[in-house]
Ligand binder design. Sequence first.
Ligand code: MG
Length: 162
Amino acid sequence: MDFRIGFGYDSHRLSEGLSLRLGGVDIVSDFGCVAHSDGDAVIHALCDALLGAAALGDIGTHFPDNDDAYKGIDSTLLLEKTVDLLHQQGWRVNNADITIVLERPKLATYKPLMQIRLAELMRVNTDVVSVKAKTNEKMGAIGRGEGVAVTAAVTVVREGDN
Ligand code: MG
């Protein structure tokens, strides 16, 4: 059995009047992400963690942000494609643990929805996906509500003695 850990990080600036989507779930908010894609920092961090675990590069390698094909793209598609890449190499997702740092709005009611949606997209059981959220205690840019940051850790496994 081959076992790997991957770690990912993503951040986006927030601006008034844009839509906010995290973990494939639309969040009711006065502020949304400034981004080339739909700005789903949860999915971007998760894709990087998965790609990192399989040593398959990063999200920018596979889905460049200067490529018009990915302009405004629904990030859930990027996660599905990333999981396909891992499956092609024999990897399956063992678990994922995500931390979202956002000053507002509060994400308590959205966390279970993200957990269900991300599990569905990664084709795993809901109980192996963890979504945590916290504020930055009003410190720095994120504390002033100027942005959102996300970290993701994953483990993946592959049968055999590679
Ligand atoms: Mg991003």
